[in-house]
Design a protein around this ligand. Sequence first.
Ligand code: COA
Length: 162
Amino acid sequence: MKNVVLKLSARDLVHADLASCGWAGSDHHLAGVAGQLERARTGEVDYLAICPATDIPVAKGGIDYQIKEGVGTLWQLAVHPALQSCGIGTFLVEAAERRIRSRGLRQAELSVEESNPRARALYERLGYAAYDRRPDSWDEQAPDGSLRRYETMCTLLRKELS
Ligand SMILES: CC(C)(COP(=O)(O)OP(=O)(O)OC[C@H]1O[C@@H](n2cnc3c(N)ncnc32)[C@H](O)[C@@H]1OP(=O)(O)O)[C@@H](O)C(=O)NCCC(=O)NCCS
């Protein structure tokens, strides 16, 4: 096996990226992300793209500053499936934490489905601690384009940023 080093950088996700983000979810999900980019314009959220030298996103995730006052809430984190478990998710979370700190805030939160222990273990390794659980739901798009309500239970985690 040969190791390859990828030089990654974090920047704002923009509308033109969405055409190459099909790996991140359905058309319905990407339409929702497009809506979030409008909120990013007014500063309510940051939406990050993690890119190698090609400048094509291999990971993306949002930070919502309106869920709780004084808190950056990470959500919609995703790494290209072909590149998971290489450290890119860690890079994405650390970039998001830098964005939160650059706004003078010191608290980060996120929620993770109870059915996703691997993601939870990653967040705990990065210093997030569980403090509550809560049901959540959102629309999921089937391959035939139809939407159905998906209901799940999530663990809420938080971290004090140094
Ligand atoms: C959850 C998610 C964002 C994490 O991103 P990731 O890039 O896979 O995360 P990392 O690579 O930083 O860390 C995850 C794993 O890689 C390992 N790892 C990290 N850096 C590594 C490296 N340089 N070399 C080898 N392995 C590494 C970690 O030990 C960890 O191990 P695990 O597979 O046992 O969990 C990503 O897997 C994903 O998009 N999953 C699908 C969507 C999802 O679940 N989103 C989260 C919703 S809350």
